[in-house]
Design a protein around this ligand. Structure first.
Ligand SMILES: C[S@@+](CC[C@H](N)C(=O)[O-])C[C@H]1O[C@@H](n2cnc3c(N)ncnc32)[C@H](O)[C@@H]1O
Length: 181
């Protein structure tokens, strides 16, 4: 079986072993130096089985355009994995290089019903998994389990509770959907 082709976008110094790393900073473990705010990225369509961007999307100038580029680079049925702070976490605002402060529904424009805004982008990413990590106290009290139990409860938490029961990190796993035009 051939090895999965993995792109680690904004890999920093913690590049995933076996992956191709991309970053703009030459002091990182990047194999390819490029600015992720300039498009297109220097890879062909469908070059990867999996792409990960860990604590990167919040740094980029154009979230929708970057997501479209991730979609272009991954083969149909492949995976895009993102990790990014929830906007109620301390870390979201204590790094002045963060341009965006996101919540667990921030990528819904790429989903099945496009949240009613299908015209924002034609790239489709099927949400396979969304996992919220909460601050330790709330995790010990069982809130993390509840928030992750269903999208419905997560929505309730985002609307009513998250300014008190604060989030920490969000992890998203998407399947890349490409249909013939
Ligand atoms: C918070 S670090 C995360 C690094 C790594 N993914 C990790 O989990 O340890 C963000 C990384 O994104 C890179 N980055 C931010 N903006 C970028 C851009 N416009 N183009 C390329 N890399 C960028 C930074 O150089 C940095 O390595």
């Amino acid at each position: 079986m051939s090895q999965a082709r993995i792109l680690d976008v904004g890999c920093g110094v913690n590049k995933l072993p076996g992956a191709i790393g991309v970053d703009r900073n030459p002091r990182t473990r990047a194999d390819v130096l490029c600015d992720l705010d300039h498009f297109p990225y220097p890879f062909r369509d469908n070059s990867f089985d999996r792409l990960q961007a860990i604590h990167v999307i919040e740094h980029l100038s154009d979230v929708l355009r970057a997501m479209e580029e991730f979609h272009r680079l991954v083969r149909p049925g492949g995976t895009v994995f993102l990790a990014t702070p929830h906007y109620t976490d301390f870390s979201s605002f204590c790094d002045p290089t963060h341009r965006w402060h996101l919540n667990s529904f921030s990528f819904r424009y790429f989903g099945a019903d496009n949240a009613g805004y299908g015209y924002y982008s034609t790239a489709r990413l099927r949400e396979k998994k969304v996992k919220l990590r909460l601050l330790a106290l709330w995790r010990y009290l069982g809130f993390e389990l509840l928030v992750n139990a269903s999208p419905r409860f997560r929505r309730f938490w985002e609307h009513y509770l998250c300014y008190v029961v604060r989030g920490k990190v969000m992890e998203f796993e998407f399947e890349v959907v490409k249909t013939a035009e």
